[in-house]
Design a protein around this ligand. Sequence first.
Ligand code: KG4
Ligand code: ZN
Length: 346
Amino acid sequence: MNILGIESSCDETAAAVVKDGTVVLSSIVSSSHDLHNQFGGILPELASREQLFFMLPVVQQALQKAFPKEESIKTALENNIDAIAVTIGPGLIGSLLIGVETAKTLSLLTGKPLIPVNHVLAHPYANFIKSKRAQGPTFPAIALVVSGGHTELFLMKSERKMHWLGGTIDDASGEAFDKSARLLGFGNGGGPAIASAASTHNIQHSTHTLHLPRPLLYNETLNFSFSGLKTALQRAWNKQENTQETAAMFSYEIQEAITDVLVFKTLKAAEKYNAVSILLGGGVSANQRLRDKFIQTDSNYSFYFPPLELCTDNAVVAALYAYYHQSPHNYREISASPSLSIEISS
Ligand code: KG4
Ligand code: ZN
């Protein structure tokens, strides 16, 4: 079964073809990230204008790459695609509309069924693609979704059953990385800039004077809170001489604080629900320190981290999610849903 995935929830325009929920035949991602850099954050209007421009060429490229022998995009779709998966939310309304309306038009013209996708729930499905590991995730599993807009924990009893356990009550972990990066003078470099500066900090040989809190660590719930961390970082930074060395030390400590909380709470959820696997997804799951901390825990869980190119937004995860949640819809039943709920129980 071949699914064409389409994703445009934030500033990426992406299309992919995935076979049988495991093999990626093509994945094309066009990002307007660099364009937004000059404005200090994502401008929704600009993002959707870019997506309007790139959506059809991205879909075209994904189909061409997956089915190079087909004469046209029309025949590539008609002869090979079984369903079209599209992110309907959560996300920016202008951006979502581009992907949703494109998918609806393709469905109307070809008669292919449409499968609506929840972007946040789709992220951990990056771990289901065929990899060098003999076995895919086993259940029950805990899925941690860590992105620019979300930090959520889910219990997965099977590939199809997801139950929301808790999430951030304010900023997301990716947002904490992004705001810290701006504060420390790394512009819109976000998590990757913090990770890179942190790696230059030598804890043994430099004075490490910053100790940030680990918010909600021992709180009963499986919720997170990251907005206080940013404020604490800002207060300390304002009192400090701002050099490259101190920026590296601050980057190290903010990364430690965020990753400590993510690992601790995820393990707490895993213990509570007798999980055997832990799956990560979303942009922050690319963070090497986070991955290392999970692996270094003294536990028997099997850890699954997506390939780096499938951590940040892409259409492969939309197609994968659709494969496991096949709920074909007529194009009339589908619409963009910017505040689509993630607090599900299936
Ligand atoms: O999943 P994603 O591409 O977009 C959303 O759905 O929000 O995640 C983007 C987030 C950004 O906040 C970015 O700073 C963060 O993922 N990120 C990282 C790393 N790579 C991306 N955070 C920490 N370390 C990284 N290596
Ligand atoms: Zn995302």
